[in-house]
Design a protein around this ligand. Structure first.
Ligand code: HEM
Length: 239
């Protein structure tokens, strides 16, 4: 083995171990080269989308693993994974800001080379939908094995600290999806207006309606239920 610490020792293409491990040659070849771009802003557009897919890949992997932990009743490791995953969604949402730096007129030039490409086919978001169903089911299983109703968990949160934190983190996960959707909608409205249709023919107004959807509705319903329970108890305090 070479004593020179600057010499690469890892296998594969790339001039240094940094480039070999991170596969930067391949990664940086995934964006259209200058001469193929129909507009300067294509790099911006591809970067935001590709970076989103990477963060969503990490988020999906962590939520899948969190679900597997919950299926084994391991709450604490699931909490760590879910915290990371929600941070991924924050990054994906934050980088949408970059898209407002494209003018609506210039975006049209990029749009013509997108074919029928649509965010509905985003592998990252599709996986988010799948893993959310899995982790929500795993959470139901944990509650059932603990013999707890969701509203009971919220009323007696201090007695079940880990489970309470889990419920709140799952709520945050769902909230982050909701916030992303809202922010994506405003980006779309600025680029295309609200009266038009997307590359797969979806009216922009349909995107607006999707904002109202919750992936784990029971985590939101329970809050309304708590209002009722609180009011009922106040009207007739337990003896
Ligand atoms: C200027 C930027 C963007 C525009 C104009 C835009 C436009 C649209 C439009 C029009 C739709 C409706 C479907 C269709 O195409 O017919 C859509 C859906 C979608 N887009 Fe975008 N988009 C943008 C950026 C992004 C980014 C950065 C992502 C991240 C991966 C993304 C992910 C999605 C997803 C997941 C949907 C499905 C709808 C949902 O689940 O709420 N989009 N987008």
């Amino acid at each position: 083995m070479s004593d020179d610490l600057h010499e690469p020792v890892l296998p594969g293409p790339g001039a240094s171990d940094y480039e070999r491990y991170l596969r930067t040659d391949e990664l940086l070849a995934l964006q259209k080269p200058d001469e193929e771009r129909v507009h300067h802003d294509e790099l911006l557009f591809q970067t935001v989308h590709q970076a989103s897919e990477l963060w969503l890949k990490l988020a999906g992997t962590e939520v899948d693993e969190a679900a597997a932990e919950l299926e084994r009743d391991q709450i604490a490791p699931a909490l760590r994974l879910l915290r990371r995953a929600t941070l991924c969604l924050q990054y994906v949402t934050a980088q949408l800001d970059m898209l407002n730096h494209m003018s609506p007129w210039e975006y049209h030039q990029i749009r013509v080379v997108l074919g029928h490409g649509s965010g509905f086919d985003s592998p990252g978001f599709r996986r988010v939908a799948r893993v959310t169903q899995r982790v929500a089911k795993a959470f139901d299983g944990v509650l059932a094995r603990a013999g707890l109703e969701l509203s009971e968990l919220y009323r007696r949160g201090r007695e079940f600290e880990d489970l309470y934190q889990l419920a709140e983190l799952l709520t945050e996960w769902d909230e982050r999806i909701w916030v992303w959707r809202f922010r994506h909608y405003t980006i779309v409205a600025r680029a295309l207006g609200e009266e038009t249709v997307g590359t797969q023919g979806t009216p922009i107004q349909v995107l607006g309606k999707l904002i109202a959807q919750r992936r784990i509705p029971r985590l939101w319903d329970v809050r309304s239920r708590l209002v009722e329970l609180f009011e009922a108890e106040r009207a007739a305090p337990p003896a």
